[in-house]
Design a protein around this ligand. Structure first.
Ligand code: SOE
Length: 398
């Protein structure tokens, strides 16, 4: 019996357009799936560029009219890979057309938009929703979640998360990520969203209170890019030395958090952590053990077993690449220690999305709009704590 097709349309052809296209192109090569992913249509603004993109990545059709794509009866899954300010409009349209929906993180640039998306997902129950918090699908992060779920760490005392990049120095052009009207926030919604999601995902707990939040914009003006290209060209775009524009987002946000289960946590997101290129790191300390993850060594999980005899206790480095030992996703890839990369988180996520749409289970929990809305509430709580210089209980954020 032939496998049913899943016709996919992707909106957006910049950085996430490339990571998602690569995921759909590769996923059926490495995973046995209940549905055959078909790269049906790519939609973007520029007709010439989107036609070239379709040819390069193997999209069967291309369009500059995303609304038309959402109403195309052939399409089963709409994937939103665009900047934050258009997530809501596109999601509401796709849901109203009865489509399943995958959306890039964060859910939206602000809480109001995120709430509308969350409520629409509840209304259109037949549509399944997903949010590309792909770090859950780094095997080492998925393995950490499994260890906590198995009780290996025991009661959790601390979560210490920091997402550190350094690409946003004074010469970085004023791309959309520095515009509050498009991105909603800077490092906070871009990087902070990831570590909030990871902390919630790995611990299986929710944050109950935020305190001591601080935000700062170090670089108030940036050179306006001459090219209006996508994010990748934008970051390295030729810029006019004279024309400057105002950055209207944070460069860095830090805050403290209390979890419902009693743990205390600290969170830091910055794009000015000189020397840290894409250092997404999280540590979780419990009564029976602890884990440390650092994306810059993404195939490894540091593990501390506090149940061993004291003389034997010490940090060990687990190479989370052993399919034979049941490491998450490892059996789909290469022999032990042949390691995977950034793009594999997206391919692993595409396999889980297709498995769930085909009635099977994801390897580890997938975030839907309701889940991602909780992360958006924490983002908002931190902003309110920073701006009002006071603790914020999550019950205050609807
Ligand atoms: C920020 O530069 C960024 O591209 C994030 O937006 C992505 O979510 C992250 O995976 C890599 O860094």
């Amino acid at each position: 019996m032939s496998t049913r097709s899943l016709n996919i349309a992707l909106i957006g052809s910049s950085f996430m357009g490339r990571t998602h296209s690569n995921a759909y192109l590769k996923v059926a090569k490495f995973f046995d799936l209940p549905l055959e992913p078909v790269m049906h249509t790519i939609a973007a603004r520029d007709a010439e560029k989107v036609a070239k993109f379709a040819k390069r990545w193997g999209w069967l059709n291309n369009s500059t009219n995303w609304k038309e794509v959402c109403s195309n009866p052939e399409i089963d899954l709409i994937d939103i890979g665009t900047p934050n300010h258009v997530h809501k409009e596109m999601a509401l349209e796709a849901l109203s057309q009865g489509k399943h929906l995958a959306c890039e993180k964060p859910l939206a640039g602000n809480l109001d938009d995120a709430r509308e998306m969350y409520k629409a997902a509840k209304k259109y129950r037949k549509s399944k929703t997903f949010v590309w918090f792909t770090y859950r699908r780094c095997p080492a992060v998925a393995f950490a979640q499994q260890l906590v779920a198995q009780g290996k760490l025991g009661k959790i005392y601390h979560v210490r998360a920091a997402y550190l990049q350094d690409w946003a120095g004074p010469d970085a052009p004023l791309v959309w990520r520095f515009r509050g009207d498009i991105a909603g926030s800077g490092s906070h919604g871009d990087l902070g969203a990831h570590i909030i999601d990871m902390a919630r995902f790995i611990t299986g707990d929710e944050i109950s209170e935020i305190a001591g939040a601080m935000e700062h914009t170090f670089i108030k003006e940036r050179p306006i890019p001459e090219s209006t290209g996508g994010e990748i060209s934008g970051r390295n775009a030729k810029t006019s030395k004279t024309k400057m524009g105002k950055s209207t987002v944070d460069d860095a946000v830090m805050f403290l958090a209390r979890f419902k289960g009693g743990a205390l946590g600290s969170f830091e997101a910055t794009r000015l952590s000189t020397g840290d290129k894409n250092r997404n790191r999280i540590e979780i300390h419990g009564e029976n053990g602890a884990i440390r993850f650092d994306f810059e060594r993404m195939n490894e999980l540091q593990w501390y077993d506090a149940t061993l005899d004291g003389a034997l206790q010490g940090w060990s480095t687990i190479n989370v690449t052993s399919g034979a030992d049941g490491h998450p996703y490892a059996a789909a890839w290469w022999p032990t220690a042949h390691v995977v990369g950034y793009e594999h988180g997206f391919i692993n996520m595409a396999s889980d999305i297709i498995n769930v749409l085909g009635g099977k289970d994801a390897v580890v929990p997938l975030p839907d709009f309701a889940d991602a809305y909780q992360t958006q509430r924490v983002l908002q709580a931190a902003v309110e704590s920073a701006r009002n210089r006071c603790p914020i209980k999550m019950s205050q954020i609807k």
